[in-house]
Design a protein around this ligand. Structure first.
Ligand code: CP3
Length: 342
C-alpha cells in the first residue's frame, strides 16, 4: 500500500514535498466567524481550551474551510503555568493575566498532568478526524517566554520585572526556567503520545534578550528541552520560533537541536536563505498585514517568498493571523501556495 505522505513532514525530514506546504500561526481564531460563534457562547477562553469537544471543533475549523497542510492544536502557552498551580484568567480585550510568581513560592510550583489531561484528549480526537495528508502540530511556549508571563503576570510593562530578574537575580530565573523545562517535557511527551506529529516551541519574547542572556535563557533551555524530547521521541520534528531574535537566529538554529526554524517578518529573506536555510528548513515569514491586504500585493510577496526559499520551506506568517484578516485572503494564500510550481 502506498502510504500518504505529509508535505510538512517531508520538508522537516529533508525530502522534497509533493506540493509547497502551508499553515498559519493562529489559524484557529477570531478572524473566523465559526470561531467567534463558539467564543460568544462560551464562558471563557480557558474553558474552550479545556473542553475537548470545543477545542477539537476549533482545531478543525480552518482545516475544513481551507485544507492547510497542518492543524495546530487549539490550546494556549499559558496552560503550563496553570498546570503548575498559577491562577490564570483571560480577560475580555485585555489578554491573559496570571498571578505573579513570588520569589519564595518557587518550590510550590508542581506540574499536575490532570489539569491538562483535556488537552491530550483533544489531540487524540483531532488525530482521528484529520485527513490523512494533514499533519497535527502540538506546541508549548518556550521556558523564557512562559517565565516572562509568570514573573510579570501580564505583558503591560513589556516584562520589565522579568528583565530585571535576568540582570539582578539570574539564579531565580534559572530556577523557574528549569521548572518549566521539566513541565514542558512532560506536557509535550504527552501530546506526542496522544498523536502530535510535529512540535512547535513558541518563544515570542526571545527578542527581549541578547548576548549572554540570550544564550543562558533562550538557547540553553531550548537545547535541554529538545534533547530530552528527542531522547524519548527521536523522530518527531521540532520547530523553534524565537521571534525577533535578530542575530540570535544563527546560534539558535545551530545550537538548540531544533529540526526547523520559524522566522518573523523583520528578517530579510536573502540573509535568511544564506545564513539559516543552509543549515535547516525554514518556516515563515509573510507579514500578517499583507494577509489583511490580500490581492495582488499579497500574491507578489508570496511568489517572491516561495521562489526565493525553494521547496525546503514551510509557508507561514511571521507571526499570528490578526482578527481583522478577511477569510477570503486566507483561502487565497493557502490555494496560492499549494498550487505554486517551481
Ligand atoms: O491557532 C493556533 O495558533 C493555535 C492556538 C494558539 C493560541 N495561542 C490560541 C489563542 C496558540 C499556538 C497560541 C500561542 C500563544 N498564546 C502565544 C505564542 C504565539 C504568539 O502569539 O506570540 C502567546 C504569547 C500566547 C498567550 C496569549 N494567548 C495572549 C498574549 C493572548 C491575548 C492576545 C490575543 O491574541 O487575544 C492569548 C489569547 C488567545 N490564544 C486567543 C487565541 C485564539 C484569543 C482568545 C479570544 O478569543 O479572545
Amino acid at each position: 500500500m502506498n502510504k500518504i505522505r505529509k508535505p510538512i513532514l517531508d520538508v522537516l525530514q529533508g525530502r522534497e514535498p509533493e506540493h509547497r506546504p502551508v499553515w498559519l500561526m493562529r489559524q484557529a481564531g477570531r478572524y473566523l466567524p465559526e470561531y467567534r460563534e463558539i467564543r460568544a457562547k462560551s464562558k471563557n477562553f480557558l474553558n474552550m481550551c479545556l473542553t475537548p469537544d470545543l477545542a477539537t471543533e476549533i482545531t478543525l475549523q480552518p482545516i475544513r474551510r481551507f485544507h492547510m497542510d497542518a492543524a495546530i492544536l487549539f490550546a494556549d502557552i499559558l496552560l503550563i503555568p496553570m498546570a503548575l498551580g498559577v491562577p490564570l484568567d483571560f480577560r475580555e480585550g485585555e489578554g491573559p493575566v496570571l498571578q505573579e510568581v513570588q520569589e519564595k513560592e518557587l518550590e510550590k510550583l508542581v506540574y499536575d498532568a490532570k489539569k491538562v489531561e483535556a488537552v491530550f484528549e483533544t489531540v487524540r480526537r483531532v488525530k482521528k478526524e484529520l485527513p490523512p495528508q494533514t499533519a497535527l502540530i502540538g506546541f508549548c511556549g518556550s521556558p523564557w517566554t512562559v517565565a516572562c508571563y509568570m514573573i510579570d503576570g501580564n505583558s503591560r510593562s513589556h516584562f520589565s520585572k522579568t528583565r530585571s530578574w535576568a540582570q539582578d537575580k539570574p539564579e531565580l530565573l534559572d530556577k523557574i526556567i528549569h521548572t518549566l523545562i521539566d513541565a514542558s517535557e512532560k506536557y509535550l511527551v504527552s501530546q506526542i503520545n496522544a498523536g502530535a506529529e510535529v512540535i512547535q516551541l513558541f518563544d515570542s519574547w526571545a527578542g527581549l534578550l541578547s548576548g549572554q542572556n540570550f544564550t543562558r535563557f533562550v538557547i540553553e533551555p531550548t537545547r535541554l528541552l529538545v534533547e530530552r524530547i528527542k531522547k524519548i521521541h527521536p523522530s518527531i520534528p521540532i520547530i523553534g520560533f524565537p521571534r525577533e531574535a535578530r542575530e540570535g537566529y544563527g546560534p539558535y538554529i545551530r545550537e538548540t537541536g531544533v529540526d526547523g526554524l520559524s522566522i518573523d517578518q523583520s528578517l530579510d529573506l536573502d540573509i535568511a536563505k544564506r545564513d539559516l536555510q543552509s543549515i535547516k528548513p525554514l518556516q515563515g515569514n509573510l507579514d500578517p498585514s499583507l494577509l489583511v491586504k490580500g490581492g495582488k500585493e499579497m500574491q507578489e510577496a508570496l511568489a517572491q517568498m516561495l521562489t526565493k526559499m525553494g521547496p525546503c520551506h514551510i509557508a507561514n506568517l511571521g507571526h499570528g493571523v490578526v482578527p481583522e484578516t478577511p477569510v477570503e485572503h486566507v483561502r487565497d494564500m493557502v490555494n496560492f501556495v499549494q498550487a505554486f510550481k517551481i
